[in-house]
Design a protein around this ligand. Structure first.
Ligand code: UDP
Ligand code: MG
Length: 317
């Protein structure tokens, strides 16, 4: 069998060589043919140069380099598009995804699973961040149609049919956690200890994470729109009850003090709620806008992979 390892890299000059050494030493003991595909996501440091020099020494090292930074989702997609192994493993370049786990992922593949998912625990992570994450997952699983597991990221093995299924989803807004779950296939979960990044910086800031979280909810269904209908209906109902109550009270007691408090609270409350749902609708419209442009997910500036099957050329469009 042939294994493809897809590695999205964005400014990882400090990690490329260590990563390569580890992968090679792990795969040496496993009897598999492999290709190592680095997806350089428009790095501005020496990442590409380091990858190229590895590829000159070792033919199994391949690369795709983007014309600018398109984001990790696009980098993963490019790697998957260009891969031709019977199974593909996606992993980060920063050694936070332990290469030793490859053996277990392959075991799952040999047992016949379509997706073998690596799940990390949260040791060493700050308490607020893990609390926030677990809360998010709880909320998320109520809000969307697919299931998300806490601690599960992009580190996983996909069988060729699963990769083809992913590639057939051509949407522009890719939220891969959702896509992985959407395609289905038999899944096996393999656990590992959380590893903290040793070199370079994480590209995630709090605001990026927040945006990613909102993407997760919005990309996956139209429940937020449905929620706005329910909320609108309930508020209208409450409003009606209040109006009838006031009317009756006016009929019985006559008009009292004009109610400044009631009016101002109603204006504030309704104003806020309307803005929130205008935002929600705007999000969906924005997404439709991007989808209709049908722009490519990434633009390749340089690569040493030249053979793509015609069907994949089509997916790449
Ligand atoms: N990455 C990428 N493009 C980006 C940001 C990140 O290809 O725009 C890569 C990065 O090089 C790394 C992986 O995605 O291999 C995960 O990034 P990071 O370590 O910053 O995320 P974290 O581990 O903190 O979730
Ligand atoms: Mg990382």
């Amino acid at each position: 069998m042939k294994l493809s390892i897809v590695v999205p890299c964005f400014n990882e000059e400090q990690n490329i060589e260590d990563f390569y050494d580890e992968i090679v030493s792990v795969l040496l003991h496993l009897d598999v043919d492999f290709q190592l595909i680095f997806s350089d996501d428009g790095s501005s440091d020496l990442t590409l140069r380091k990858i190229k020099s590895l590829s000159e020494q070792d033919q199994r090292v391949q690369y795709i380099s983007f014309s600018r930074n398109f984001g990790k989702e696009s980098a993963m997609l490019a790697g998957l598009t260009y891969s031709d192994g019977d199974a593909v493993i996606i992993m980060d370049a920063d050694l936070q995804h332990p290469p030793q786990l490859i053996k277990e992922l392959l075991r799952g593949y040999n047992e016949g699973y379509g997706q073998v998912i690596a799940k990390r625990n949260r040791t060493g992570e700050s308490v607020p961040r893990s609390l926030l994450s677990s809360l998010y997952y709880k909320m998320m699983n109520n809000a969307v149609d697919v299931t998300f597991h806490d601690g599960v990221g992009d580190f996983r093995l996909l069988s060729r049919p699963a990769v083809n299924a992913l590639l057939s989803l051509s949407e522009y807004n890719r939220f891969s956690k959702g896509l992985f779950s959407w395609i289905g296939f038999d899944e096996k979960i393999v656990e590992y200890e959380n590893v903290l990044r040793t070199n370079g910086e994480s590209k995630w800031s709090f605001s990026k994470l927040l945006n990613y979280g909102i993407d997760g909810i919005i990309s996956f269904n139209n429940k937020p729109l449905r929620l706005s209908i329910y909320l609108g209906l309930s508020i209208t109902l409450i409003g009606l009850v209040y109006i009838i109550y006031s009317l009756v009270s006016i009929l019985i007691n006559g008009i009292e003090e004009p109610g400044y408090f009631t009016i101002i609270s109603a204006i504030l409350l309704f104003g806020g709620i309307q803005l929130i749902f205008m935002g929600v609708m705007g999000e969906y419209i924005g997404r439709i806008y991007y989808e209709t442009k049908r722009r490519p997910h990434f633009i390749v500036q340089d690569t040493n992979i030249h053979h793509l099957s015609p069907e994949k050329e089509k997916v790449k469009q």
